[in-house]
Design a protein around this ligand. Structure first.
Ligand code: C2E
Ligand code: CA
Ligand code: CA
Ligand code: CA
Length: 279
């Protein structure tokens, strides 16, 4: 740092600062991005592994930034949480999903499940469940189509309040999925204390099966555990045929991953839906 006059510091440290410069700019731009319609919802199909049928999709947000290009949610969700934009962003995602799904039903496409990622901050909003129901009703949809994906990290605080939010969701037919299972500190505590409908095995376990013995054993026992507890499973990050055939052999029902399809824009997802299966 070089002192420039009174309280001014100019820092010359290239790598670190391009990153923080970008973050700084993104944080600023987030406020207006919703209004400027820079977000898009992409869909990644959920596949019934035995038949390759599409049985649903995960909605994943994208930011088309005029200067930085496609910004991944990994880069901006935590910023949106910091500055409180996450609530309106999340409401926008759900509304977009409901609008799309309404259109698909009108076009005669079959019912399916669509999952939406939620941040902990959204869960603690007053009227969290009521707001979901309002949006769902606005598009004349039955809430049963919706899966709310939560990660373990967001659940760590306020266990009681999370528990009542989850109960309230389930009472109206919304399903709850525990995302990135196995990566948190207390995966088992969550399963023990909460009623979870879906468990998503984190891609870090799927990545090395079936060649790595440890990953394989862990995946196997998660599958057995979920089955014994009556929880449905989704394997995340299925990237190749070897992983797929091994997951089929273990009778894992559902998967998602680049092997079938990357997350794609609405129109590309509609083309997948028209074919009914993914190959
Ligand atoms: P996630 O919920 O764990 O989503 C799965 C991520 O894995 C997605 O990254 C997806 O593109 C990627 N993925 C899918 N298949 C494969 C595969 O076969 N291999 C590999 N290596 N990756 C795969 P994405 O879309 O960049 O999203 C990153 C994270 O951002 C999500 O992780 C989720 O936590 C968060 N996110 C995305 N959309 C939203 C949203 O609308 N609201 C909130 N609160 N968070 C969101
Ligand atoms: Ca997710
Ligand atoms: Ca995940
Ligand atoms: Ca994740």
């Amino acid at each position: 740092a070089k002192k420039e006059g009174k309280n001014k510091y100019v820092i010359f440290s290239s790598q670190v600062n391009i990153e923080s410069y970008k973050q700084f700019m993104l944080r600023n731009d987030l406020h207006a991005a919703l209004e400027n319609e820079q977000f898009q919802v992409y869909y990644q199909p959920f596949i019934k592994l035995r038949t390759n049928e599409i049985i649903g999709a995960e909605a994943l947000i994208r930011w088309k930034h005029p200067k930085w290009g496609m910004v991944s949610p990994g880069e901006f969700i935590s910023l949106a949480e910091e500055i409180g934009v996450i609530v309106s962003l999340g409401n926008w995602v759900l509304r977009e999903v409901c609008r799309n799904y309404r259109q698909w039903l009108n076009e005669g496409l079959p019912a399916m499940k669509i999952s939406v990622n939620y941040s902990g901050i959204q869960l603690f909003e007053k009227d969290f469940v009521e707001n979901i129901l309002k949006t769902v009703a606005e598009f004349e949809l039955d809430p049963h189509f919706l899966i709310v994906e939560l990660t373990e990290s967001i659940l760590i605080h306020e266990f009681k309040s999370i528990k009542s939010s989850i109960r309230a969701l389930q009472a109206v037919g919304i399903k709850v999925a525990l995302d990135d299972f196995g990566t948190g500190y207390s995966s088992f505590a969550y399963l023990h204390r909460l009623k979870i409908d879906f468990l998503k095995i984190d891609c870090s376990f799927i990545r090395d099966i079936p060649l790595n013995n440890k990953s394989t054993l862990i995946t196997k026992s998660i599958i057995t555990l979920a089955r014994d507890l009556g929880i449905k499973l989704v394997a995340e990050g299925v990237e190749n045929a070897e992983q797929l055939s091994f997951l089929r052999y273990l009778n894992c029902y559902t998967g998602q991953g680049y092997f079938y399809s990357r997350p794609v824009p609405k129109i590309d997802f509609e083309q997948l839906l028209a074919k009914k299966i993914c190959e």
